[in-house]
Design a binder for this molecule. Structure first.
Ligand SMILES: Cc1cc2nc3c(=O)[nH]c(=O)nc-3n(C[C@H](O)[C@H](O)[C@H](O)COP(=O)(O)O)c2cc1C
Length: 371
């Protein structure tokens, strides 16, 4: 890891990469960095006002077991997010809602705004760091390789250069080091404003060569590659070509199990073999019981299980668990049917595999809804 850049990370994904998904990921890989689902400070402030502590916690509370973890913001203020390892600004979301607010892909047309936003974030981090004696947290940008007809390599390099230079914040009293954006996450396709978010992840073609040219042209900066990468073999291939870091999105929802080998294959760790499926399920249920006592909703707690244990467990048990009143009832059901649950986890019937493949496409049906 260099300047906080992780060799492997999971992309921010609304409604997916929340802390419950993070709990499962951490049981499989201690080192893969997780980018939590995007949040905007207005949403947090509204939840504080409406006295919704579990929602506020969902976005902001992070403990050391969950690290390495980054928060992605779609707004100016970083002051609520200091217990993360990185603060990332979303300059990639092509939705209309993002375009109307001060984040998302539209900002690739307006680098001055990105400079202002990142400089404000860096200033807040710097003041917090000086007042608490904690190390400063890097502020990073996730963007695309272009937007609409601004899709030349020259536009991209101009954008990167402006953000790097324009985000520089020098504390007036010299209380901490000057800082600026030094790490960009590049989703290697351009964004088309007006096209929905799902199609924006498949219609504009991937162009990894733009990414590799950035590595050559900005040797002083760090770049993480994102877009269309689905397994650890591909991650290794890109790292072998010199990528500083690789980020997996949809394939991290559809197959979280591949991260069980990430620590050894990507990070060279020699940790004990990863946890088995039944142990992971039991461990997660225990966690979910605790979270429910703390006010988290059962439906949100069950949500990551459907993809993690896709197959017979989903078909046979998850629908039933969704109808139950509490996580305690779910745990009792698992205990009463332990043999059958274990059987579901180990043997996969072809019918459920087919159902699973159909369900995989559902991750793409999510829409951004963050009002
Ligand atoms: C359901 C879903 C939600 C997403 N939410 C976000 C988000 O909140 N912020 C963001 O920058 N990108 C978001 N993305 C885009 C991903 O972070 C990633 O850039 C994109 O899926 C391309 O990577 P992939 O081809 O590996 O999936 C989302 C993608 C999906 C599928």
């Amino acid at each position: 890891m260099s300047k906080g850049v992780s060799l492997l990370s999971v992309a921010p994904m609304m409604e997916y990469t929340h802390r419950h998904y993070g709990y499962l990921l951490r049981r499989l890989s201690k080192k893969t960095k997780l980018y939590g689902e995007m949040t905007i400070d207005r949403a947090i402030a509204a939840n504080v006002r409406l006295n919704q502590p579990s929602k506020v916690r969902r976005f902001l509370e992070r403990n050391s077991n969950e690290k390495p973890v980054a928060v992605q913001l779609g707004a100016t203020r970083a002051s609520l997010a200091f217990n993360y390892d990185e603060i990332n600004l979303n300059v990639g979301c092509p939705s209309e809602k993002a375009s109307k607010s001060s984040y998302g892909c539209r900002l690739m047309k307006d680098p001055e705004v990105v400079c202002e936003l990142t400089r404000t974030m860096i200033k807040e981090v710097s003041e917090w760091s000086a007042s608490t004696n904690q190390p400063a947290i890097p502020v990073t940008v996730k963007c695309r390789i272009g937007v609409d007809d601004l899709d030349s390599y020259e536009h991209l390099t101009g954008f990167i250069e402006k953000i790097h230079n324009g985000s520089l914040y020098t504390p007036p009293d010299g209380s901490s080091q000057p800082a600026q954006v030094e790490h960009f996450i590049i989703h290697a396709r351009k964004g088309l404003l007006g096209l929905n978010t799902k199609l924006n992840r498949s219609v504009p073609p991937l162009d990894y060569e733009f990414y590799y040219r950035l590595l050559r042209d900005f040797p002083q900066l760090k770049f993480t590659l994102n877009g269309g990468i689905s397994d650890l073999d591909q991650v290794k291939e890109h790292l072998g070509r010199g990528a500083h870091g690789v980020m997996i999105g949809r394939a991290a929802c559809n197959n979280i199990w591949q991260f069980a080998h990430a620590d050894s294959i990507i990070f060279g760790a020699t940790d004990p073999p990863p946890i088995g499926k039944l142990d992971l399920l039991m461990d997660y249920l225990q966690y979910a019981l605790e979270r429910e006592k703390d006010g988290d909703k059962k439906c949100t707690l069950l949500q990551p299980l459907s993809k993690t244990f896709a197959g017979r467990l989903t078909g046979q048990y998850l629908d039933r668990w969704r109808k139950m009143k509490s996580m305690q009832e779910v745990c009792d059901d698992v205990q009463a049917n332990l043999g059958s649950v274990e059987e579901c986890l180990t043997n996969r019937h072809p019918f459920y595999m087919m159902r699973h493949r159909l369900a995989q496409s559902k991750v793409e049906e999510s829409i951004f809804d963050i009002s």
